[in-house]
Design a protein around this ligand. Sequence first.
Ligand SMILES: [Zn+2]
Length: 129
Amino acid sequence: MASFRSRSTEASQAAAERRQREDRSPRLLAEVPTLATLKLELEETRAGASVPETVHVKHVAVAHAPALFDLPCLDTTCTGGGHDVTQQILAALRSKAARFQGEHACNGTTRTAACTRVLRYVGLATYKT
Ligand SMILES: [Zn+2]
């Protein structure tokens, strides 16, 4: 590993690796053939904080989406972190849950300490009958 790589090169390389992982993943519909729609409400907080810092809604394009839910950590100083909740979400979808939720603590590190970001998600799904 070259130690003098620029941040933008690292960022674009991370994006390329993410795309490769998505391309290698099975399609979501191959894993959960009965899935019709999926929406994820995502909240990111710091451990111990009661107010979420970031909330956003992700509409998953079920027809084309990969079976991969690996969400980046939103702390820009965090390295090695992220929230891979693929297994939790696939398990909920296979059980045909209409609403499910969970959380995932980032295990990356910021400049000075372990990253304390926690992702909370609520999934809302519908299924073909
Ligand atoms: Zn993090």
